[in-house]
Design a protein around this ligand. Structure first.
Ligand code: AMP
Length: 295
């Protein structure tokens, strides 16, 4: 596994471009957990994997956890060393933002709701760093976790509107046995908070059951989500939205996103389910394209 510590090291990726399989980028902020490793494993079935590790300062708000965000490059490299990864790109902030913020990418309409409302400037930072990573690494495929569903859709909107030659793939959320979505931020939770944090995935599973039983009213589904988020200390949103537009429909039909964001103690958690709701039933679905993996 090749470690690239700066832009100047990127020419070392050139030999990988001449293989008969695509270069696949998996962007992360490090503090790797089993969810990241599953993305890497699935990405390796699509092509030659490059993982980026960069805690992107521009996507954190002034009152957010940039300084507290867990960082342990040695541990992350140890975990990735045991995986099918060709290279890790782990640049410094000065390398990614040599002139400070400079030119930033303005997100499209999909960013103007949900987390985009609660975290002003967040998706501007995300898109800017993803744009830089895509241009520096030049992968044919970039892989993202469905756990950050709005992020996937906002990046997809950028790539389509700006006609960039990269295919985006979203992969399912990896969960703890009790349903809690894996997140680097789960490390902030105390034991008692960890128990309360279950309410996010439990609320989503209950809403899915209501859909299975025929409920289609977004108002009713959202009221149920909110009720079940009562163990959290504050709820940012509990919404049913259309995919990919993230509009607020009256009825949950077609491809829908059930999305929740809530605070447990000082930790902000998000979770979601992406469902295809048809007359003959409800099934989990991707946000973007279905993946064709190599056998
Ligand atoms: P992060 O390091 O949190 O920026 O996440 C890097 C990538 O891993 C993003 O595409 C996330 O959506 C994805 N990811 C984070 N948590 C999970 C999870 N529990 N399951 C699957 N993918 C995840």
């Amino acid at each position: 596994m090749d470690l690239l510590r700066s832009r100047a090291d990127l020419p070392r990726l050139e030999p990988y471009r001449h293989r008969d399989e695509p270069l696949v980028l998996v962007p992360t902020m490090g503090a790797l957990h089993a969810g990241h490793l599953e993305l890497v494993r699935r990405a390796s079935r699509l092509g030659t994997v490059v993982v980026s590790i960069f805690v992107n300062p521009t996507q954190f708000g002034p009152a957010e956890d940039l300084d507290a965000y867990p960082r342990d490059l040695e541990r992350d490299l140890g975990l990735l060393g045991a995986m099918p990864v060709a290279a890790v790109f782990a640049p410094s902030a000065a390398d990614m933002y040599p002139r400070g913020e400079g030119v930033m990418i303005e997100p499209g309409p999909r960013a103007r709701t949900l987390c985009g409302t609660v975290r002003p400037g967040h998706f501007r930072g995300v898109l800017t760093v993803v744009a830089k990573l895509l241009h520096l690494v030049r992968p044919r495929i970039a892989v993202f976790g469905r756990k950050d569903a709005q992020q996937c859709l906002v990046i997809d909107e950028m790539v389509r509107d700006l006609a960039w030659p990269v295919r985006l793939v979203d992969l399912p959320t990896v969960r703890e046995p009790d349903g809690l979505a894996l997140s680097s931020r789960n490390a902030y939770l105390s034991d008692a908070e960890r128990v309360r944090a279950r309410c996010l995935s439990e609320a989503l599973v209950a809403a899915r059951r209501e859909l299975d039983a025929g409920q289609r009213s977004c108002r009713e589904l959202q009221a149920g989500l909110l009720r079940r988020l009562a163990p959290a200390d504050a709820v940012d949103y509990a919404q049913v939205r259309s995919v990919p537009e993230l509009a607020a429909p009256a009825a949950a039909t077609g491809r829908v996103l059930l999305a929740v964001a809530a605070h447990v103690g000082r930790t902000r958690l998000i979770d979601n389910l992406v469902l295809q709701v048809d007359d003959d039933g409800v099934r989990e679905a991707p946000l973007l394209s279905e993946v064709e993996e190599r056998p």
